[in-house]
Ligand binder design. Structure first.
Ligand code: XMP
Length: 518
């Protein structure tokens, strides 16, 4: 994998928010990668980064077997920024001491800047007070040689430490979270001012580098790309097409479970606008027939995933002669999670849309988005000329509407849901709310309710509307619509969609709910 030489390595000690550190560094225009502490020395040797950031952790440095900074990093002389556990482990390994906190600090705290240092230059001045986000039990009680304290908080006399000679800085607070208002500026300061990086890592640069890399990997070979209709596979297809043109064939297995107008939009965009060779397989009948009688959510996913692979494989064989399979794998899928509990985490839902495909087809993978976060993929899509409204679409699950129809999926129920969902999304766009919502959709419930329309009694379906805000889909809050928005949408849906006579709104957050109903 190629990567810019001007980079920062983030050593992950298992914090929930390590990915946010990578986000903040990249927002500062500097390429960054995360490596678990167990393999950080190899990543350090491979990347030759110009700086290292140490993440937080649920562990305590006082516990036997807790994570450590690889010695090679400490011996290398590159600047280091430690955050929370990162601060504690840095002090611990360099000769300071950490004490088990009797009472920790959790949440907002105010710190006072007691000395200048390069990390603060141009951001915080001596004597100022600033709000930060703390979340720690243990704390540093004696500095390692060479360090001096530069900020204090009521619960941490050593809230920030600095060693300008070695360019080592460490903070007790979490600067990667939005609750620390100046956190992004401090991280940018570390990357540019302390490590001396230029901050010119842009999507245009990434695009050019990836195109060269794809050409080199593929040579004169042929690539097959499975389009799902979603943003990631679309961006992959356009990028690879730009690199190798007609050597790419896209296969769009249309399961008939897309939102209103979406399949047509994908086909038109790819065939007519980009002129990308596209096989459009209308497999709606196959999928609906296979879904008949299935009501269990995991069984639906399993069937859809399996049928998708079968159809894709058959179509790929017809195209023939492809050596490479393109996939829209993103960085969050690639980052190895660091676990202190041993076993793998519990599977809540299996998101295996194309899982198993590469093994079975015995093809080499082309995964040009492996280093990107979702919004960076969107930015790359816009850079490649995809319409902003297309790349800005809310996330949509691989199994499509099938998991938004609890109970049995039928053509009639898909059509009812599509109409209602389209009205809901149209109103959201009209109200200018689309981009502030992470995901909004309707769910057709397996419940009937009594209503009255005109002079008649109705006995029809109930629809649930859902809209959530989120930063990564891992946690979510129900979106609070302004004033009369929901009543207006409910009225439109009941009036315009035959088969629905009642509309409800889902206020559940995640956790304990999930975003989708199935
Ligand atoms: P949940 O419902 O688990 O959803 O809170 C988190 C995010 O994942 C999407 N999702 C899926 N995506 N295949 C997918 O590709 C799936 O089976 C699937 N199930 C949920 C969901 O839409 C949300 O963005």
């Amino acid at each position: 994998m190629t990567h810019p030489t001007d980079s920062i390595l983030i050593v992950d000690f298992g914090s929930q928010v390590t990915q946010l550190i990578a986000r903040r560094v990249r927002e500062a225009g500097v390429y960054s990668e995360i490596a678990p502490f167990t393999t950080a020395d190899a990543a350090f040797a491979r990347m030759a980064p110009k700086g290292v950031i140490l993440s937080g952790s649920p562990a305590s440095v006082l516990t036997d077997g807790s994570p450590r900074i690889p010695q090679a990093i400490l011996d290398s002389g590159v600047p280091i920024l430690g955050i929370c556990y990162g601060q504690q482990v840095l002090m611990h390994q360099l000769g300071g001491s950490v004490t088990l906190g009797e009472s920790g600090e959790f949440g907002h705290a105010v710190i006072e800047v007691t000395d200048d240092c390069a990390l603060f230059d141009g951001v915080w001045q001596l004597g100022e007070s600033h709000t930060v986000w703390m979340s720690h039990g243990d704390k540093v009680t004696a500095l390692a040689p060479g360090f001096r304290p530069v900020a204090v908080s009521p619960g941490s006399p050593i809230a920030v430490v600095a060693d300008d000679t070695r360019k080592y800085y460490a903070t007790q607070f979490h600067m990667e979270v939005a609750h620390t208002p100046d956190g992004a500026k401090l991280i940018a300061n570390f990357a540019r001012h302390v490590c001396g990086l230029s901050g010119d890592w842009t999507m245009a640069e990434f695009r050019a580098a990836k195109i060269a890399e794809i050409r080199q990997q593929v040579g004169t070979g042929r690539v097959i790309c499975g389009l799902s209709g979603g943003v990631d596979s679309s961006v992959v297809a356009v990028l690879i097409h730009e690199a190798i043109g007609e050597q790419l064939t896209c296969v769009y297995v249309d399961h008939g479970l897309m939102r209103a107008g979406e399949s047509e939009q994908v086909v038109t965009l790819f065939r007519n606008h980009y002129n990308i060779p596209l096989v459009h397989v209308d497999a709606e009948a196959t999928f609906l027939a296979g879904l008949a009688g299935i009501t269990d959510p995991e069984a639906k996913r399993k069937f859809i995933g399996g049928a998708f692979i079968d159809i894709f494989e058959a179509e790929a064989k017809k195209v023939g002669g492809a050596d490479f399979l393109a996939q829209g794998t993103l960085y969050p899928d690639v980052i190895e999670s660091v676990s202190f509990t041993g076993g793998p985490s519990v599977t809540i839902k299996s998101h295996h849309n194309v899982g198993g495909l590469p093994d079975r087809m015995n093809m080499q993978l082309v995964e040009p988005l492996r280093e990107l976060f979702k919004d960076e993929v969107r930015a790359l899509g816009v850079e490649l000329g995809l319409p902003p409204a297309f790349v800005g679409r809310h996330p949509f699950p691989g199994p499509g509407l099938a998991i938004r129809i609890p109970g049995e999926v039928t053509k009639e129920r898909c059509d009812i849901l599509r109409k209602a969902d389209a009205i809901y999304l149209e109103e959201i766009r009209k109200a200018g709310l689309y981009d502030t919502i992470w995901q909004a959709f309707a769910v057709l419930l397996p419940v009937r309710s009594v209503g009255v329309m005109g002079d008649g009694r109705t006995y029809d379906n109930v629809l649930a509307l859902r809209a959530v805000t989120s930063t990564d889909g891992m946690t979510a809050e129900a979106f609070q619509f302004p004033g009369d928005f929901l009543p207006r949408v409910a009225t439109r849906i009941v009036n315009e969609v035959k088969g629905i006579n009642r509309v409800t709104y889902d206020y559940t957050s995640k956790p304990p709910g999930t975003i989708e109903w199935e």
